[in-house]
Design a protein around this ligand. Structure first.
Ligand SMILES: Nc1ncnc2c1ncn2[C@@H]1O[C@H](COP(=O)(O)OP(=O)(O)OP(=O)(O)O)[C@@H](O)[C@H]1O
Length: 548
């Protein structure tokens, strides 16, 4: 026992720890840098880069580390690169770790929900901002356990550096045991030191996991405060704005139906005047001859559409008629084959020369033109609170100060009846609440046009009204220009100035909402409405009863 304790504290062995850590540190740091390059190459759309990265992985994962260390120390000097034993060991370990780390990075990035990436693009985030604020924070969180295991494995692999005479812990233990012949005590002490080192790594992993845990109470720790995606501390004042629940889903208010009737009445009184006045408004969106194919399938077929400022247009049509694709093209989230789209008079995504913009410039233009988008699946950033989902893009895309962005986010959350949920994560909110946050997020930068892609189709019937009510208010009170793809016929009749019926990727019929929904002219519209139970009588059913 005495001898064991003696070896455990022997400076000769303890110095070996320094060399072990030096090789491991170089290996992990270098592996992370090379791994990031490899992961970017593999994720690149440029095939030769991805192939080169794969070739690298095959070579370095397929040959033994010990051989790579010997090569780095003994063969590189032959071509004029002479490294110290520690540098050669660290280099070989880095090159060997890189493909493993690259795979972790790649799977972390690919694991981030594509919908959130699309939402970030729609909000005008450049690829860099998207990576820093949306993808990396979520990818890193999922990678931490695997990175912890890889670090432990790198520490143990560093012992192979003994073959190139790095005086690390294993080599020193072997030398000590050979000279004292006390193999048992020396290797027991050495094993315990390794255990302490790997235990340290596990502890760091646990602390990092804990620091990144979204369900943990907001951290006051300095570490958590350094993280760019940390959960912001929500000021008490903000949560006190409303003590009682303001959420219509929690306190179903008779207001909703009342409000709907009021809107309907207003709409009926002013429909004629409104359509005359809208005709003189400027064009907010002009779509001319838009055609798009997916392989052999034609999805949009010479589609034409003009939406004027302040107008609310409901897109109706059977599933697969191209409603979502049209909305995605308007915000240039998708490209198209033929035709032109102007938003606010600008060809969004095109240079004056007619050339396509880079993704970076397209993002900036999307933000400056102001095309907001609300998705079927909400697509909230799952690592951010309701407040941060709204305030974050205002800061990162529009350069607003944190104070102003938070104030705007609170105002909007209050408008959509969610001021008591400012600090809630998306997964702690109901579908209706998430969609209301998504609407608030899209509204935050004051878009010139708001596109809503079946905003209620992913909601349970009892949650649909709370979202429709918010949209109704935007149409009536704010006079926002909106294009809404929806299957909610009664809602379309109440809120939309015009209904545009799509079939097979082109406009089959369009006209004042009430007219198209009650007296369809085209047989396809009539058939669709009858399938939807939306003939004259059924459009007067309660909204939630009219479903696709
Ligand atoms: N990425 C894609 N690759 C191939 N085909 C696609 C893709 N996206 C959409 N499509 C096809 O394009 C057609 C139009 O789809 P779109 O989602 O625009 O229709 P929709 O009218 O919005 O339908 P729904 O009401 O069901 O949402 C569909 O046939 C769909 O399968």
């Amino acid at each position: 026992m005495d001898l064991f304790l003696h070896y455990l504290t022997l400076p000769y062995l303890l110095k070996g720890i320094g060399f072990t850590l030096a090789v491991t540190g170089l290996g992990l740091a270098g592996g992370l840098v090379v791994g990031m390059v490899l992961a970017s190459m593999q994720l690149s759309r440029f095939a030769p880069l991805a192939t080169a990265a794969r070739g690298y992985s095959i070579i370095f994962r397929g040959t033994p580390l010990i051989l790579q260390m010997v090569f780095a120390y003994n063969a590189l000097p032959l071509i004029g690169i002479k490294l110290t034993a520690i540098a050669a060991g660290g280099l070989a370990l880095a090159l060997n770790e890189a493909p493993f780390i690259a795979e972790m990075l790649r799977s972390g990035v690919l694991g981030v929900d594509r919908g959130q990436v699309t939402a970030g693009q729609a909000l005008g985030m450049t690829p860099g901002v998207l990576m820093r604020r949306v993808i990396a924070p979520q990818a890193i969180r999922t990678m931490v356990p695997a990175l912890g295991s890889e670090s432990i494995s790198a520490l143990k692999n560093s012992s192979l550096a003994s073959v190139i005479s790095v005086q690390e812990l294993t080599l020193r233990s072997t030398q000590l045991a050979s000279s004292t012949f006390d193999f048992f005590s020396v290797f027991l002490a050495s094993g315990l030191i390794y255990l302490a080192l790997t235990g340290g790594i596990s502890l760091i992993q646990l602390l990092v996991e804990d620091g990144l845990d979204l369900d943990r109470q907001v951290s006051k720790s300095r570490f958590a405060r350094l993280l760019p995606w940390r959960r912001g501390r929500v000021k008490q004042a903000a949560t006190k704005v409303r003590a009682a629940p303001e959420d219509p889903s929690e306190t179903p208010s008779p207001d909703t139906a009342g409000h709907a009737m009021e809107v309907s009445a207003k709409a009926a009184i002013s429909a004629g005047e409104r359509s005359i006045s809208l005709a003189s408004h400027e064009e907010a969106v002009r779509v001319t001859g838009l055609s798009k194919r997916y392989d052999e399938q034609s999805v949009l077929d010479g589609l034409n559409l003009i939406v004027r400022t302040g107008e609310v247009v409901a897109l109706l049509g059977p599933s697969g008629s191209g409603k979502s694709t049209l909305l995605r093209c308007i915000s240039h989230l998708d490209g198209w084959d033929l035709g032109q789209i102007h938003v606010g008079g600008k060809r969004l995504g095109y240079l004056p020369s007619g050339q396509l913009m880079t993704q970076h410039d397209l993002a900036n233009e999307r933000a400056s033109v102001g095309v907001g988008m609300v998705f079927q699946q909400f697509n909230l950033f799952s690592h951010l609170t309701a407040l941060e989902n709204i305030a974050g893009p205002l800061r990162w895309v529009h350069g607003m100060s944190q104070e102003d962005a938070d104030r705007r986010a609170r105002e909007l959350l209050e408008r959509v009846g969610l001021s008591h949920r400012v600090d809630a994560l998306p997964r702690h909110m109901s579908g209706g609440q998430q969609q209301r946050v998504a609407i608030a997020r899209a509204l935050a930068p004051n878009p010139s046009v708001l596109l809503l892609d079946e905003p209620t189709s992913a909601l349970d019937p009892e949650l649909i009204n709370e979202v429709l009510d918010v949209i109704r208010r935007l149409a009536v009170e704010d006079g926002l220009t909106m294009i809404i793809s929806t299957h909610q016929l009664r809602f379309a009749e109440e809120v939309a100035d015009r209904v545009v019926f799509l079939s097979g990727g082109s406009v089959v019929e369009e006209g004042p909402a009430h007219e198209v929904l009650t007296q369809p002219r085209h047989p396809l519209t009539a058939k669709f409405l009858s399938v939807m139970g939306a003939n004259t009588e059924s459009t007067h059913q309660p909204i939630h009863e009219v479903k696709a």
